[in-house]
Design a protein around this ligand. Structure first.
Ligand SMILES: Cc1cc2nc3c(=O)[nH]c(=O)nc-3n(C[C@H](O)[C@H](O)[C@H](O)COP(=O)(O)O)c2cc1C
Length: 189
């Protein structure tokens, strides 16, 4: 839809049957017509971050940066591996440290497992230091680990679908509020 709010969704898992990816796919299907949720599909194709390669700007990295810059907000769901975020997720974020992609970007962190407290804290710390704005009211825990619900099950589950729609609403309200605040700052004498 023209003029729709654009959200880029990033799953930190490369597994084909990932709970986190299924969660983000369900969010995309539940989004109202004025919110467009696109799943970033190249996390596993990003080369391992090497500052020496930044000048060359590999095409997949350039696409990732362009998609982030074009997004009004970002939604991240990452599993916890050994009390941290996944290597794939951290690698993707490291590529974006040297650019403005996350600066003042509203970001919601979805947690698919009640046990994944270390990864959530670490992810929050990393994107905050990259100047992203974590939207607390949209950063919710949806404990689907072990539920075998899958994308379809989440979309049709009355409570989960409601919580996910409310999360999107909270993220879009935060985006609108931030946009108004920055417009007010621009016109202030
Ligand atoms: C290598 C590895 C390490 C893990 N370490 C943790 C951990 O420290 N804490 C935790 O709660 N879960 C841990 N898990 C479980 C995953 O976080 C969990 O299975 C998650 O649902 C995987 O997400 P996905 O379905 O999106 O791939 C680990 C799984 C793997 C494969």
């Amino acid at each position: 839809m023209a003029g729709a709010m654009k959200i880029l969704a990033i799953s930190g898992s490369l597994r084909a049957t990932s709970n986190n990816t299924a969660l983000l796919r369900a969010v995309a299907r539940l989004a109202p017509a004025d919110i467009d949720v696109e799943l970033f599909g190249d996390l596993g194709n990003l080369p391992l971050f090497n500052p020496d390669m930044e000048v060359a700007d590999p095409p997949v990295v350039a696409r990732f940066r362009a998609q982030l810059l074009a997004a009004d907000a970002v939604l991240i769901a990452s599993p916890e591996y050994a009390h941290g975020i996944t290597g794939a997720m951290k690698n993707a974020l490291d590529w974006m440290v040297g650019c403005e992609a996350f600066v003042n970007k509203p970001v919601a962190l979805l947690n698919a497992s009640p046990r994944a407290v270390h990864a959530q804290a670490s992810l929050k710390e990393t994107i905050t230091v990259m100047s992203a704005l974590v939207v607390e009211e949209a950063s919710i825990s949806v404990p689907i680990l072990g539920s075998r619900l899958g994308e379809e099950g989440m979309v049709s589950h009355p409570d989960i679908s409601r919580v996910l729609r409310e999360m999107l609403l909270a993220l879009s309200l935060a985006f609108t509020r931030l946009r108004l605040e920055s417009a007010e700052l621009r016109v202030a004498p």
